[in-house]
Design a binder for this molecule. Structure first.
Ligand code: TRP
Length: 334
């Protein structure tokens, strides 16, 4: 009698247990398919330093991700800014890897290099990297091979030279101001110099180890050159106000390689659109999140520019901008 009752209880418990197991497996199936569609993508972003161009690229990245559906609670961005500090680049890179992000994005060459040193298997998307091969980030632009792909902003150097020739035909010596610590700048200076020398210019290089040497270097170079050219260089871009204030008396025409610097006190340039670079980077990060492998995703290259003319600065320098240049300009700052 006692055993029978025990058997009934055990049987009842067994039925309960099986029922619970079936229920929970159904439940977990249901909830796992739910979380499949609402799984939050984690994107780690490392920006090298703050300057208006990189800030705009970051905005574009967010918009590019959103355009592909990664927004609101579908996306968690783990954003860090190294403030131009190399030791922060390496600690933050390691942090972003260990935080369990699905995809990493490096804005500007030093941060992409930091991320590349921190992981060989997590996918990395390069945000606006001037020379991915020269910076040792990918072996081949068409077939990157490793865990890295992304977007490259190749400076339209020949177009810039043509503009220098049109706006300031009397210029003979051009000073190139750039940072000696940025791989992206070295290759641009080489390319610009070769093209300029072919066109009959003399190019003098003025490289600075950090923002601290910009003012003193400007003081020397403004006495020796007819015009100043600046590549897509983060160090110079982040302290461009110093470049402008150091040129107050010498009043040399400055040809920088980004819209923000033309707005801040440059004369003119031919530039790649920074926001577009960001959007393309964000869309590529979305593609990788959806499962595409960096190894066989070609690097997307932006190498043609539109001209930006600062008419106000032209007036200050006593330069008249030819009508056809104004008519063809992508942007005129009045
Ligand atoms: N291309 C630069 C790099 O590789 C980063 C960059 C993008 C930049 N836009 C810029 C630097 C504008 C200066 C100004 O590091």
């Amino acid at each position: 009698m006692k055993n029978k009752r025990l058997a009934v209880i055990l049987g009842f418990l067994a039925v309960l247990a099986v029922g619970a197991a079936i229920y929970s497996s159904l439940g977990s199936k249901g909830s796992s398919s739910d979380s499949g569609s609402s799984k939050t993508a984690k994107v780690g972003v490392l920006q090298y330093v703050s300057h208006p161009s990189l800030d705009l690229i970051y905005k574009g990245i967010q918009d590019g991700l959103a355009a592909e559906g990664y927004k609101g609670d579908q996306l968690k961005i783990d954003f860090m800014n190294a403030e131009g500090d190399q030791s922060k680049v390496s600690t933050m890179s390691k942090q972003l890897v260990s935080n369990g992000n699905d995809v990493l994005v490096g804005i500007a060459t030093p941060s992409a290099q930091g991320l590349a040193a921190a992981t060989k298997d997590k996918p990395i998307v390069m945000g606006a990297i001037t020379d991915p091969v020269g910076a040792n980030l990918v072996k081949n632009l068409e077939q990157p091979g490793g865990n890295i792909t992304g977007v490259s902003d190749h400076n339209p150097a020949q177009q810039q030279l043509d503009l220098i020739q049109k706006l300031t035909p009397n210029v003979k010596t051009i000073g190139a101001l750039y940072s000696s610590s940025e791989d992206n700048s070295k290759t641009q200076v080489e390319e610009f110099k070769a093209l300029a020398e072919k066109a009959g210019y003399k190019v003098e290089e003025y490289s600075v180890p950090s923002t601290n040497e910009i003012a003193s270097t400007m003081n020397v170079m403004t006495g020796k050159v007819d015009a100043i050219w600046i590549p897509i260089d983060n160090t110079i871009a982040s302290a461009f106000a110093t470049v402008v204030s150091s040129n107050q008396e010498a009043k040399k025409p400055i040809y920088p390689s980004a819209t923000a610097m033309v707005e801040e006190g440059g004369l003119a340039s031919v530039v790649v659109d920074q926001y577009d670079l960001g959007v393309a980077t964000g869309k590529m990060a979305a593609k990788i999140l959806k499962g595409t492998k960096p190894a066989d995703t070609p690097v997307e290259i932006f190498n043609t520019g539109k001209s930006v003319i600062n008419k106000k600065n032209a007036q200050v320098l006593g330069i008249t901008i030819p009508e056809d240049v104004l008519k063809d300009a992508g942007q005129v700052i009045e």
